[in-house]
Write a protein that binds this ligand. Structure first.
Ligand code: LMR
Length: 394
């Protein structure tokens, strides 16, 4: 019967990762998947994580089941990281998830019960996997304009005008910080306007927080989520530890639900537990346990924050250096926006043919929509990269 299955297209980002690995050229440049890289192109395990893992190995005395919701101490740490230490935790609940993707999926499965007829609005463009996750959960998605590519900035008017026409009680997916793939974020005033609109129309805000700490800083990047949590009765956040703790393959994340009050919050967490149990029963433990050890130990926590800050600052430096090189090469300010955008990604104004030429002739890999992973920019050879990009622009 398998012959009846439709052909599957590989995920564009993951296919690119494999293509890059298979490319024998030694001077290739990986600007593809959202994985942090150091100057040498490596993705080392953070020192704080390594130390926590060592401690875990020495002290862990059982591998008995934890439960569908996962580690309570991990969840408490993530809740504070996302909502701050002054948040009203009585109306927030957290379930450990299998990475940020797992959180997106289990929350959507639950929202299908609470919002059976709702559409889920996603920014255009967005992370390609969003569409797959939401379709698999049986929720209809609709796009809202987000990026004004001609001016390399958020199309805020387009976004608001479209969302004003959303049905009451629809769901809106928002990138809490470091928009993937554009790197263009809303400012606080704009966030406030979106939050007011959600309140007016009873729209349900659903935040994807995969890059906290990569934009303006760990606390700063949570500003929008915190603003919404204060202003609105209900919302959800899918959080990831893949990037800011570098735990990619450990699949560590959290699904956080904000409810009107404590009793509703308990009820919602209960449903999430049922969704988890019926999908994969329980989340993997290692990454969450490690994260908790990093968060709970004062020294490890300080070390992690320092390491995270170093990653953030390096990406900012790379943005500035790249924008400068492009300015020199193109004799224009066309790429200046890269320096002021946030997080791990920005989009280059290149078409499919130009992107193909860069890959084939120069070994430069980026996603097909022109998205680049800023952390992969070659620190010591920015001019060669700029030259190659400038050459395909002509
Ligand atoms: C990305 O956007 O490149 C990352 O989130 C990796 C992935 O899973 O797609």
């Amino acid at each position: 019967m398998f012959e009846a299955l439709p052909e599957s297209k590989p995920d564009t980002i993951l296919a690119l990762m494999q293509e890059f690995r298979d490319d024998p050229r030694t001077d290739k440049v990986d600007l593809g998947p959202g994985i942090y890289k150091d100057k040498h192109g490596n993705t080392p395990i953070l020192a704080a994580v390594k130390q926590a893992e060592k401690k875990l190995l020495e002290t862990q005395d059982t591998k008995a089941y934890v439960g569908p919701i996962g580690s309570r101490p991990f969840c408490d740490s993530i809740l504070k990281q996302i909502f701050g230490t002054n948040a009203d935790a009585s109306r927030i609940r957290c379930a450990q998830s299998t990475g940020g993707t797992g959180a997106l999926r289990i929350i959507t499965d639950m929202l299908k019960e609470t919002h059976p007829d709702a559409a889920l609005w996603v920014s255009d463009p967005t992370w390609p996997n969003h569409a797959l996750i939401f379709r698999a959960a049986g929720i209809e998605t609709k796009p809202y304009p987000y990026y004004d590519a001609a001016n390399s900035e958020v199309d805020f008017n387009g976004m608001m005008e479209t969302l004003k026409n959303a049905k009451d009680k629809d769901i809106v997916l928002l990138h809490g910080c470091c928009h993937n793939p554009t790197g263009a974020d809303l400012n606080l005033d704009q966030w406030k306007q979106v939050s007011d609109l959600c309140a007016q129309k009873s729209l349900f805000p659903f935040f994807d927080m995969a890059y906290q700490g990569f934009g303006d800083g760990l606390e700063e990047d949570a500003a929008a989520v915190r603003l919404f949590a204060d202003a609105l009765p209900e919302m959800a956040v899918a959080a990831s530890c893949s990037k800011n703790l570098g735990l990619y393959r450990e699949r560590t994340g959290a699904a956080l639900l904000v409810a009107k009050h404590s009793a509703d919050a308990d009820r919602a967490l209960g449903r999430l537990g049922v969704v988890i149990r019926s999908n994969y029963s329980m989340p993997p433990d290692h990454g969450a346990n490690t994260t908790h050890l990093v968060m709970a130990d004062e020294k490890l926590n300080a070390l992690w924050r320092e390491e995270l800050e170093q990653m953030r600052q390096r990406m900012m430096r790379l943005r500035i250096a790249f924008a400068e090189s492009m300015r020199k090469r193109t004799n224009s300010d066309r790429f200046d926006y890269i320096a002021s955008q946030k997080g791990m990604f920005s989009r280059l104004p290149l078409n499919a043919e130009q992107i193909g030429t860069l890959r084939e002739q120069h070994g430069i890999y980026m996603v097909g929509d022109g998205r680049i992973n800023v952390a992969g920019l070659p620190e010591d050879d920015m001019d060669s990269l700029a030259e190659a990009i400038a050459s395909v622009l002509q």
